[in-house]
Design a protein around this ligand. Structure first.
Ligand SMILES: CC(C)(COP(=O)(O)OP(=O)(O)OC[C@H]1O[C@@H](n2cnc3c(N)ncnc32)[C@H](O)[C@@H]1OP(=O)(O)O)[C@@H](O)C(=O)NCCC(=O)NCCS
Length: 275
């Protein structure tokens, strides 16, 4: 480690990562979006190139509260992953880190962290749900539902309702997502959003939420279907992460045809206590 990829290399790596789906889904989705849309700057590092073994998407931590800018890791070889995170400077173990990794690689990260006397805490363990074929989406009656994209003025509401919204930096992340990536919401008669869905920097759909008094009206289903079609039409992968304990959301996505690879889980872990 390490070499930083730029320009054409990023495009070639996107193509290479396709071969490793679904394990490479997050980093692949990140590159698909990054190669088409400008947003917060993230460095993409590999152990070697073009035949890389480990790839790390590393956001710039500029200010306290940038904890939601997660570092994404994909590795083809576990021994090289371990060697890389132990010896190279690609992972800065001296500051807070939020890592999105294959759950299978978690023990490697934990072992290296404890050698370095760095604490770790679980943030989320998720099912990864993928929609292979958008043409199989069930048709849902969306007549009378007013759909729109989210706007800057909605950042406060979306952040406030988000599970992780109380943390410093959450609003900045939501603002970046609303400004740069696809989003969709249901508006009430006054033009206020009552249900919404966003896209993360990894191209995963997320932050799905319906105000409690508007639940059970199919708003979430309409939003997920609309967004899935839009992402697919733009050449983006269609997928999302659902926390293991979120049965309502799991049921919602499976009823729309999303499937998971049961052998795969994505984990988000924080290192060097932040919260
Ligand atoms: C998950 C959530 C977005 C669903 O929103 P919604 O607009 O009510 O969803 P829909 O009306 O489209 O319903 C979709 C499915 O959710 C389930 N559901 C909806 N309301 C429910 C309720 N009150 N109790 C149990 N299940 C419910 C049903 O299975 C429904 O499918 P069905 O109509 O075929 O039975 C909403 O409950 C929510 O905001 N939850 C908190 C945040 C969250 O968990 N987000 C998802 C993160 S991945």
């Amino acid at each position: 480690m390490t070499m930083e990829l730029t320009g054409e290399q990023l495009k070639m790596t996107e193509t290479q990562l396709k071969r490793y789906l679904p394990r490479s889904q997050q980093v692949y989705g990140f590159l698909v979006l990054r190669n088409r849309v400008r947003s917060d700057s993230v460095r993409v590092l590999v152990d070697r190139w073009p035949e890389f073994n480990v790839i790390v998407c590393k956001p710039q931590y500029e200010q306290k509260g940038d904890c939601f800018k997660d570092t994404l890791v994909f590795a083809k070889d576990e021994a090289i992953l371990e060697e890389t995170i132990r010896k190279s400077s690609v992972i800065d173990w001296t500051q807070y880190l939020c890592l999105g990794i294959n759950l299978r690689h978690l023990e490697i990260f934990k072992a290296v962290a404890s050698e370095k006397d760095v604490s770790s805490s679980k943030l989320a363990v998720c099912h990864m749900m993928i929609l292979e074929d958008v043409s199989n989406l069930p048709s849902i009656d969306s007549s009378g539902i007013s759909l729109s994209s989210l706007e800057e003025s909605h950042v406060g509401l979306v952040t406030q309702m988000w599970k992780f919204g109380k943390n410093e930096g959450a609003a900045r992340m939501i603002r970046n997502m609303i400004a740069n990536f696809p989003s969709c919401c249901v508006l009430d008669a006054e033009g206020k959003p009552v249900s919404w869905i966003l896209t993360y920097a990894s191209c995963a759909m997320g932050v799905l939420y319906t105000l409690p008094e508007h639940r059970g009206k199919s708003y979430a289903k309409v939003l997920v279907s609309t967004m899935a079609k839009r992402l697919h039409a733009q050449g983006y992968p269609v997928y999302c992460f659902i926390e293991e304990e979120n049965d309502v959301s799991y049921g919602l996505f499976t009823s729309l045809g999303f499937i998971e690879d049961p052998s795969y889980r994505e984990a988000w872990f924080g290192f060097n206590d932040f919260f």
